[in-house]
Write a protein that binds this ligand. Structure first.
Ligand SMILES: [Zn+2]
Length: 280
C-alpha cells in the first residue's frame, strides 16, 4: 500500500507533466472508483477544468483545478497513477486526457482506490480527509503533539501511529520502521510512553519518512512512481517484511505480532515491551 513517501514520489513526478494542462476527456470504467459525487457528475465536473496544482496531504493526492474545484485521489492498496501504460495492463479503471498530449491512467488491481471532485462547502463528503492529523515532517508534529495525542489512550502505539488523525500518511511499513528506530515495542499502550519516548518516536518518524522520500519510496508489488519507475527504500528496511530474520542491530531473531488487525515486525531485544527495572 502506498504510504506518504510513495505518494510524495508519485506527485513529484506527475505535477510537472500535469500542471497548467486542461482536462479534455474523462473516462471512468469502474464507477466504484468515484466516492463523490456520482460517476456521471464526476466526469462533468472535471471535464474542461485546468489543473492548477498537484500536491500531497497524508496519503491523498490533491489536485486543485480552476474555478475552485478540487480533485482528490486515494490509491488505497494497489492504485496507480501513470502517464504510460505497461504492455498488457489489464487493470485500467479510468483515463484522463489532457490538452498537452498527456494521458493520465488510473490502474487498480484490487479496486479499493477512491476519487472525489468537490466544490468549497462540500467537505462533509470527504470522510477521513477532513480529520487528517499533522504532516510528520511539519513543525506541528512534535513530541508535545504526540504526548498529548497518546494521553489516556490504552491502544497499542503501533495502532495509534496508523491512526491518520494522529499523524497523516503513516502505514504499516513506516510505522514498524519508526518504532524499531525509536526502540519502542509496537504493543505498548500509547499512554505508557514517557515524554522522552514521545520525543524519540516523533524524531524517528521524521527520520524514517524523510529517508524514504529521499529513496523514492519502497517498492512492493504494485507500487510504481508516476513515471513507472520503482523506489529503492526496501534496501534500507530494518524490520518490515523481515520476521524470522536476524536483527541488523543485535542479531536477535525478529518476531511478528498481530496488532490492531495488522502484522507488526519488531526486535524483541531492541524493542522491549516493558521497561526493565532500574532503566531510566
Ligand atoms: Zn535487535
Amino acid at each position: 500500500m502506498p504510504e506518504l513517501p510513495e505518494v510524495e514520489t508519485i506527485v513529484g513526478d506527475l505535477a510537472p507533466l500535469l500542471t497548467g494542462a486542461r482536462i479534455i476527456r474523462v473516462q471512468v470504467w469502474d464507477p466504484r472508483l468515484v466516492r463523490f459525487p456520482g460517476a456521471e457528475d464526476f466526469n462533468r465536473r472535471l471535464t474542461g477544468r485546468i489543473i492548477r496544482t498537484m500536491t500531497r496531504r497524508g496519503k491523498y493526492v490533491v489536485v486543485e483545478l480552476d474555478q475552485g474545484l478540487t480533485w482528490l485521489v486515494h490509491l488505497r492498496m494497489t492504485g496507480r497513477l501513470l502517464t504510460r501504460l505497461e504492455p498488457g495492463e489489464r487493470h485500467q479503471r479510468a483515463q484522463f486526457t489532457l490538452d498537452n498530449g498527456v494521458n493520465l491512467s488510473y490502474c487498480d488491481l484490487r479496486r479499493f482506490g477512491d476519487m472525489w471532485a468537490f466544490w468549497p462547502g462540500e467537505e462533509e463528503h470527504l470522510g477521513g480527509f477532513q480529520t487528517l492529523g499533522p504532516e510528520p515532517l511539519g513543525e506541528e508534529y512534535n513530541p508535545d503533539w504526540l504526548l498529548a495525542a497518546f494521553a489516556g489512550r490504552k491502544a497499542a502505539v503501533k495502532a495509534l501511529l496508523l491512526n491518520q488523525s494522529i499523524v497523516a500518511g503513516l502505514g504499516n511499513i513506516y510505522a514498524d520502521e519508526a518504532l524499531f528506530l525509536a526502540g519502542i515495542h509496537p504493543a505498548r499502550s500509547g499512554c505508557s510512553l514517557t515524554a522522552e519516548e514521545c520525543g524519540t518516536l516523533a524524531a524517528a518518524v521524521k527520520t524514517v519518512i524523510a529517508g524514504a522520500i529521499a529513496g523514492r519510496g519502497t517498492t512492493f508489488r504494485d507500487y510504481r512512481s508516476g513515471l513507472g519507475t520503482v523506489g529503492n527504500y526496501q534496501q534500507r528496511l530494518q524490520v518490515y517484511g523481515r520476521a524470522g530474520e536476524p536483527c541488523f542491530s543485535c542479531g536477535e531473531t525478529l518476531e511478528r505480532m498481530r496488532i490492531g488487525g495488522r502484522t507488526s515486525v519488531f526486535c524483541p531485544r531492541c524493542q522491549l515491551q516493558v521497561r526493565q527495572a532500574g532503566e531510566i
